[in-house]
Write a protein that binds this ligand. Structure first.
Ligand SMILES: C[S@@+](CC[C@H](N)C(=O)[O-])C[C@H]1O[C@@H](n2cnc3c(N)ncnc32)[C@H](O)[C@@H]1O
Length: 293
């Protein structure tokens, strides 16, 4: 049964040859920074079979040739939407959220009251369907409501996948995504909607979503003045070269004294020495040091 399902999905006569895989992998890498090792060939084949069907193409060679040569209008975005892994959920990284709540937000929000413009900027740089930036918004609303009145809070959330950005803006979530939210917060910040929970407008309005590619240097140069950047569970899909490029860009986007947060199993080891690792209970955040001497 398992074998039958696989054959039906990937179709025996539509397989990705080694050569087409290698060309496709290089193309995806150049466009997104995502590197597919040899053992991910079947992942690509299964995910992109849908595109072959939709475009009524007879084989992967044609698909790869057409996409490499820009012969299919708008196909790059479809490709990206198919191949990215968008797993996420609310309150995913407890230790990190605790570090933000106890160690980062109190001084940041306090100092921001004395800044010109009183602005605090937070960026979820690979936000998927929005659970991560909305988690930050809920945390701030719950724990720092009194300080928020005095500052201008901007939460930017970006992702390369256009479909997840649309979903994030709509803000409907299944039970799986909200399973770690405390019941009273779930009640306060979500409205049940059939099988879904919709985030309330009060939180939705706090986050500004935009499609953006982390390896697009020009787009990255536009983002400056961030106090906290969360770039979690995305660099693990990149090779070292694109990791370095993205981390350097994120460094430039941060204010001196700002923090970079990675995913639970990620670190800057071997990638960058520019940040100072700051240890909190069960987690490490990366600080861009202030160099005012
Ligand atoms: C596994 S999700 C992580 C979501 C969230 N940060 C978390 O940790 O729960 C990875 C996200 O990175 C996005 N992504 C992959 N490559 C990207 C790139 N080059 N630029 C921006 N986002 C990218 C994917 O579309 C996907 O939504």
């Amino acid at each position: 049964m398992g074998i039958l399902t696989k054959i039906e999905l990937s179709s025996p006569d539509v397989s990705l040859s080694e050569q087409a895989f290698s060309r496709l992998r290089d193309f995806i890498y150049r466009q997104t920074g995502i590197y597919f090792p040899d053992n991910k060939k079947y992942f690509l084949e299964n995910r992109l079979y849908q595109r072959l069907k939709a475009l009524k193409l007879k084989d992967f060679d044609t698909y790869v040739h057409n996409i490499q040569n820009g012969l299919m209008n708008g196909e790059l975005q479809h490709l990206i939407n198919q191949i990215t892994v968008n797993e996420t959920f609310f309150f995913r990284n407890e230790a990190q959220l605790e570090a933000l709540e106890r160690g980062v937000f109190p001084p940041l929000l306090e100092q921001a009251r004395h800044r010109p413009g009183r602005v605090v900027r937070i960026w979820s740089a690979a936000c998927s369907t929005g659970e991560e930036p909305y988690t930050i918004a809920i945390l701030l609303r719950e724990k720092f409501r009194h300080l928020l009145a005095d500052i201008r809070l901007e939460i930017l959330a970006t992702d390369i996948n256009s479909q997840v950005i649309q979903k994030a803006q709509q803000g409907y979530y299944r039970e799986y995504a909200v399973r770690k939210i405390a019941p009273e917060w779930l009640q306060r910040y979500f409205r049940p909607h059939g099988n879904f929970f919709q985030i309330v407008p009060e939180i939705r309005r706090m986050v500004h979503f935009r499609q953006m590619n982390l390896v697009d240097r020009l787009a990255m140069q536009q983002i400056r003045g961030m106090d906290v950047i969360i770039c979690a569970n995305v660099l693990l899909y990149f090779d070292e070269r694109s990791k370095r490029q993205v981390v350097n860009s994120l460094y430039d986007s941060l204010n001196p004294g700002g923090y970079l947060l990675l995913g639970y199993s990620e670190s800057l080891y071997g990638i960058s020495h520019a940040f100072k690792p700051v240890h909190f209970s069960k987690t490490i955040l990366y600080k861009k040091e202030c160099h005012y001497a």
